[in-house]
Structure formats: structure tokens, C-alpha cells
Design a protein around this ligand. Structure first.
Ligand SMILES: *[C@@H]1O[C@H](CO)[C@@H](O)[C@H](O)[C@H]1NC(C)=O
Ligand SMILES: *[C@@H]1O[C@H](CO)[C@@H](O)[C@H](O)[C@H]1NC(C)=O
Ligand SMILES: *[C@@H]1O[C@H](CO)[C@@H](O)[C@H](O)[C@H]1NC(C)=O
Ligand SMILES: *[C@@H]1O[C@H](CO)[C@@H](O)[C@H](O)[C@H]1NC(C)=O
Ligand SMILES: *[C@@H]1O[C@H](CO)[C@@H](O)[C@H](O)[C@H]1NC(C)=O
Length: 223
């Protein structure tokens, strides 16, 4: 059974949840979620997700969102967050943008209302924490604006991941089932042998039980 064991080892390293383990990361981390892109229809309203995490805590964390306009970074919004769970005063530089994260649980997500094709592209969620020597941290989110929603692309990675997981689970289930079946068959065989031995020895079918009530006479008919 070495195959499933090694596979599980590999899987746990490729899953982002396991490897970027929240409190093993000591520096500031910016995260745009497990799926760093979104395909949305023009005219819809989308959220660009971003959260930050820091084990040493934050003080006057500076953050912004930037839009990569063909190589030049345009600031979308920015603010300084004094401490965690304080709603910061966010300056917005781009139209139809709203700061909805409100720094609630380190949430600095933004909303873009009524997106157009010009809104499509790469957005960077940037953070800098003075508590850790002003090092820069960022995460990039890709907004793809489409005419009609095509669902397939978005779920592809999830499908692959679950397919791999499913295949392994299936394999394990199959192996367990196989072993179990073999076990049951062996047991049955054992039992059959026992049965054969015991039934051949004693034969205690009692005669005389059947036909004991044979003396019920039909009522005689008088003429
Ligand atoms: C999306 O774009 C298409 C083509 O430019 C346009 O015909 C359509 O009205 C747009 N839809 C919305 C909801 O803006
Ligand atoms: C992007 O930049 C390249 C060269 O820097 C230029 O040729 C192209 O027209 C630009 N595209 C847009 C949409 O501005
Ligand atoms: C988005 O579009 C709707 C309907 O077209 C409009 O009522 C609303 O004001 C727009 N919102 C923004 C923030 O532009
Ligand atoms: C961030 O806040 C928005 C708006 O309240 C919410 O929709 C979103 O789920 C939050 N994201 C996280 C990671 O908590
Ligand atoms: C951090 O980002 C700022 C711009 O926001 C830049 O001026 C500075 O050089 C960057 N520092 C490092 C170490 O990359």
C-alpha cells in the first residue's frame, strides 16, 4: 500500500492551505484567496478579495490596490490601518470602486461596480507593515471581463484537484474492498469446511413427526 501513502504526502504539499499554514508564516502575508482570478460578465459588479495576516501584529499598516495598466501601476485606492479591526479612512482613485472589506477580520477587499472591458486585467493588493522593517508584500488578482459567462475555466483547477483526490480515494476504497472480499471469501470457505464436517457426522432428522395426524376420518355418510 505504498502508493496511496506517497500520494497523500505530495498532495498535502501542493495544497496551498497546508503549506502556507497561517501561523507558520511570521511575516506579513497578503492573500487574494485560493483562486486568484475571476471571470465576470461586463456590466456585473465584482469583488476583488484580499486579506492580510501577520503573526507579530500590525501597526500603521499601509495598503493599497493597484491596477496594472499595460505596465504602469495605477493606484486604485489606499489607506493606513492603525490597528486591526479599525475601519480605515480609504482614499479611492478609480471610479466605481468601493472599499467593502472594512478591515473586518483583516479584510481589505474592494468592489467594482458595473465593470467594463477596460476594468479587466491585473490588480495588485499591496501591504507594508512598519513593524517588520517596511518590507513590501503583495498578491495579484486577475479580473477577466467576458461577454458571456464561461464557467469551465474557473472550476478547472478544482476539478483536477478533486479528480486526483477522488482517484486515490477510489483506489484505496478498491484495495480495502478487495482485501475485505478476500477476507470474507476465506472466512466463508473456512466456515463451509466446518459445516461440511459437522453436517456429515450427525444426521438428526426425526421420523414420525410427519403423518402422525393421519387418523382424521371423513364423516361417514348415511343413506
Ligand atoms: C457587454 O458588452 C457587449 C458588447 O460590447 C454589449 O453589447 C452589452 O450591452 C454589454 N453588456 C452590459 C451588461 O453592459
Ligand atoms: C501597451 O503597451 C504597448 C507598448 O508598450 C503598446 O504597443 C500597446 O498599444 C499598449 N496597449 C494599450 C492597450 O495601451
Ligand atoms: C451601476 O449600474 C446601475 C444600473 O445601470 C446604476 O443604477 C448604478 O448607479 C451603477 N452604479 C455605479 C456605482 O456606477
Ligand atoms: C470580505 O468582506 C466581504 C464584504 O463584507 C465579504 O463578502 C467577503 O467574504 C470577506 N472576505 C473574507 C475572506 O472574509
Ligand atoms: C516597496 O514599495 C515602494 C513603493 O510602494 C518602493 O518605493 C520601495 O522601493 C519598495 N521597497 C522594496 C524593498 O522593494
Amino acid at each position: 500500500m505504498f502508493f496511496p501513502a506517497t500520494s497523500f504526502g505530495c498532495l498535502s504539499c501542493t495544497f496551498p492551505i497546508c503549506c502556507s499554514g497561517v501561523c507558520l508564516v511570521l511575516t506579513l502575508t497578503m492573500s487574494v484567496g485560493k483562486v486568484p482570478f475571476l471571470e465576470a460578465v461586463n456590466g456585473s459588479t465584482v469583488m476583488l478579495p484580499c486579506t492580510y495576516a501577520s503573526c507579530i501584529g500590525i501597526k500603521d499598516l499601509y495598503f493599497n490596490w493597484q491596477y496594472n495598466d499595460n505596465g504602469t501601476m495605477q493606484k486604485v485606492c489606499d489607506a493606513v490601518i492603525p490597528t486591526e479591526d479599525v475601519v480605515p479612512d480609504v482614499k479611492v482613485f478609480r471610479e466605481r470602486v468601493e472599499f467593502i472589506g472594512k478591515n473586518h477580520k483583516n479584510n481589505i477587499s474592494i468592489l467594482i461596480w458595473n465593470i467594463t472591458f477596460e476594468d479587466g486585467g491585473l490588480y495588485t493588493c499591496f501591504g507594508r507593515n512598519p513593524k517588520e522593517k517596511n518590507k513590501n508584500h503583495s498578491a495579484v488578482f486577475h479580473l477577466i471581463v467576458v461577454d458571456e459567462l464561461r464557467v469551465v475555466d474557473n472550476t478547472l483547477t478544482i476539478i483536477i484537484a478533486s479528480a486526483v483526490g477522488g482517484a486515490i480515494a477510489f483506489l484505496m476504497a478498491f484495495m480495502l474492498l478487495k482485501n475485505f472480499t478476500l477476507f470474507v471469501l476465506a472466512k466463508l470457505e473456512e466456515k463451509n469446511k466446518e459445516c461440511l464436517v459437522s453436517s456429515s457426522g450427525i444426521d438428526n432428522t426425526e421420523n414420525g413427526l410427519s403423518g402422525s395426524k393421519a387418523d382424521s376420518k371423513p364423516t361417514p355418510k348415511k343413506k
